[in-house]
Design a protein around this ligand. Sequence first.
Ligand code: SF4
Length: 651
Amino acid sequence: MGKGYMGKILMVDLTMGTLQEEAIPDDVYEKYLSGIGLAAYLLYNRIPADADPLGPDNILGFMSGLLTGTGSFFSGRWMVVGKSPLTGGWGDANCGGNFSPAIKRCGYDGIFFRGISEKPVYLHMRKGNVRIRDASHIWGRDTVEAEEFLTREHGQRSRIALIGPAGEKLSLISGISNDGGRMAARSGLGAVMGSKKLKAVVLDGAKRIPVHNRERIKKLSRKCNKWVQFQPPFLTGRLMPYLGALLRMLPIDIVMDGMLWKIIIRKWGTGGLNQAAIQWGVLSVKNWKGSHVDFDIKKSSNTNPDFIKDLETIKYHCYACPLGCGGICSMDGAYTETHKPELETTVAFGGLLLNEDVEAIFYINELLNRAGMDSLSAAGTVAFAMECYEKGLLTKGDTEGLELTWGNAKAVIELVRKMIGREGIGDLLADGSRKAAECIGGNSMEFAIQAGGQEPSMWDGRWDSGFALHYSVEPTPGRHSTGSDLWYGMFRLWKRVKGVPKFGLLRFKSSKYKTGEQRAAIGAASSKFLNVINGAGLCFFGSFLGADRMPTFDWINAATGWNRTPEEYMEIGERIQTLRQAFNIKHGIEPKDFKISDRAVGRPPLSAGANKGRTVDIDAMMEGYWAQFGWDAKTGKPGEECMKRLGIRAR
Ligand code: SF4
């Protein structure tokens, strides 16, 4: 066993009912880290090219990170991986909470499942005892009820990841939950778990996690914590939308220091930007065809961060996080307690649908968390259905009487219920907007806003073309947490890594829409860095502090004893990205088919708002990005030379 990692995985075959422990050689960790990197290495080699994502040959993995449990702050993210039934390619999703250290305390860096069980089961591990148990009694229960049931049965120390009814019903936009409804939502991997008839993974271990230099890690964490604890008192929620409006009107962009972001999310969570981001032009409105003009400060006033904060009764942190952006809110209604909705969920069920009813947003958030359905894909699909209704492609007859008019919160709640239960029109929409558009026909695919089948997050690529780029080029398309100019400014990579582009304090807004080498280099550096973050199991929000303030590279060196340079870690990030892309090529994906829908890049351009008149040259940007990795610039396929340089065998 090396240091920082456990050196083993567990492979569970649900068809055979067998368990097999496997040692992983040290050099695999040295080349791929753990987390997303180790998973990519294993699944690239083991999932056959023709595997049905919902069939027995697909492998579903639950991964911890290389730094999880070492004493490094922000290191509690866990990842679920597999072949995505939504995109047909590499799938991963990421979540906080307390599940990640539990994987390592059971003695593994990852737990994998292949095959299909005959009846519903769950995996239970406790102090070296591993059993596949009958889950018939909890099949059909929502994520919160089933987790409470399993906790009562196996004790408070148990850490549980599980699916709800959406995953059981094989919704292609379903995810996997832990900690009472926190979701690893993207890529449709809840359906993979459902297809395997695996309801839950219940872990309770006590193994010690080996670390090379624990004192050094503590010292680095203490230093990082000083940045986290700096918190000036002057920001108020009422100011935020006006700050957004001011930023929209300025001719230049202030390169955002992640400290400001940290201050906002420490105070309010991501919802601190609920109104500001719409006013600024950052987040999309009315199925990507509107702007702040359609959803002004008054219309979004119920989502003001101070209003949401007043509802917060418990503030919580993920494992090993000094920041704590999460919260439980209390409200009257069917669910008295619910997780504070994230910024993206609030805007997805707010501005994207022109819905002003914040109680409905809270209620839908809880419904989806309990069902185990991805809120971003669900909202994107509802927005698509509303536009179909507006254009007469769906009628009241099709919707069983629901009036899917913009802003009709009651109809949205009913539609979401139908999607979760796969009832009537809900069955058509439960697999996302692309699948629905294929059935509805006409010109509906034009307003199914998606990349490779996945609805993008709310971040608008017409405001920051980096979002449009990463939605389109990542092996898991449509994700906002994979890169943008905004994030790059906060990463401050140039403070630690030689040869990457450097930002000053101010930038002309037009620079965000330029193509060319600088643009491509920013995209490539972001992807490489975030693969290191996801290999280490670190939180994306922590990385906003900047590479000089959150000591990612130093933590890994202290945990493992490797003594590598930041540039060497960036090369590992490059290897992981290339391997994930190679996974997609092996599984028949044409990378250019992941390009995001035309509307989201300004074809045609908007006629009002911050992003009025803008069109992103997405084809040139994609080619530039692929060339940065040494992949074929026209096709996005990694060539032989590049694979050889990174030590990857073509399959
Ligand atoms: S910043 Fe938020 S999401 Fe990230 S680890 Fe901390 S509590 Fe979890």
